[in-house]
Design a protein around this ligand. Structure first.
Ligand SMILES: Nc1ncnc2c1ncn2[C@@H]1O[C@H](COP(=O)(O)OP(=O)(O)OP(=O)(O)O)[C@@H](O)[C@H]1O
Ligand SMILES: [Mg+2]
Length: 247
């Protein structure tokens, strides 16, 4: 699905935290959003996901403007994955129950086989199915969160810091999984991260936010080569040592 965000503004009370943000994401690509804490990244994503209904501007998927209140069918197509896989999974529900929820809401008939398939798609053992979240590792929990997002065959994933709660060694595994799933399933991603090297790994285009504005958009290639204009982008880049050119 193509995504178009035009002049998106979002306020909490009389405080405007997203200020006229515009960007487009081509079908099957990944767009990254970086920026300092509090710059409005999650707020943009939540409005796109239909979780915040207090926005103005235009949010369109496949050329179709999304209404403030999304119809249930929307949540089959667009799913969000949150930063903290423990907080986002209900602690008293088994993985089976967690994964069944969306298919049940949409009256799907093949729930059993969907769960089996999606567990294998995210490389979790079938035995994980009847465990509780606390019986899994952090990386496994994030795989469950990704499986939950994938179970109804969405076309767009909105990923909010999907690896930042994980150990460094597990981060790369989850990023590789997300990269593979995008290609296999022809998904379109918008991903928020503090970490430019994470974004460069997964995204072809990157938007940089400061204080509610998207101040610059560059390709990941430009980012690697240091061909950026805004001082803030330079600063973020200099903080991500992994991006530095080999000597
Ligand atoms: N539900 C809310 N009510 C009031 N203010 C909010 C709410 N959610 C976010 N904000 C404010 O909006 C601003 C942007 O928050 P947001 O969570 O989008 O930032 P962020 O870029 O995702 O930051 P971080 O990198 O720390 O996750 C912040 O000043 C935050 O305090
Ligand atoms: Mg955030």
């Amino acid at each position: 699905m193509t995504i178009e965000i035009e002049n998106l503004s979002i306020s909490f009370g009389d405080r405007q935290v997203v200020k006229g943000v515009t960007f487009q994401v081509a079908q099957g690509t990944s767009f990254g959003i970086v920026g300092e804490s509090g710059s409005g990244k999650s707020t943009v994503l939540r409005a796109m996901a239909g979780l915040n209904t207090d926005w103005s501007g235009r949010i369109a998927f496949s050329g179709e403007a999304a209404p403030l209140k999304r119809p249930p069918a929307f949540f089959r197509k667009v799913q969000m994955v949150f930063q903290d896989p423990y907080g986002s999974l209900h602690p008293r529900q088994t993985i089976d129950r967690i994964l069944s929820e969306l298919p049940l809401v949409h009256g799907m008939k093949d729930i059993d086989s969907r769960i089996a398939k999606v567990l294998s798609a995210v490389a979790l053992p079938q035995s994980a199915r009847f465990r509780f979240p606390h019986q899994l590792s952090g990386g496994q929990r994030q795989r469950v969160a990704i499986a939950r997002a994938l179970i109804a065959d969405p076309q767009v994933l909105l990923l909010d810091e999907p690896t930042s709660a994980l150990d460094v060694s597990v981060q790369a595994e989850i990023l590789n999984l997300l990269a593979d799933l995008r290609v296999e399933r022809n998904l379109t991603y918008v991903m928020v991260s503090h970490n430019l090297s994470v974004i460069a790994h997964l995204c072809s285009h990157v938007g940089v936010m400061i204080d509610g504005h998207m101040v610059e958009q560059v390709t990941a290639e430009d980012l690697r080569l240091g061909q950026v204009e805004h001082p803030h982008t330079r600063e973020l880049r200099s903080l991500s040592v992994e991006l530095e050119e080999p000597a």
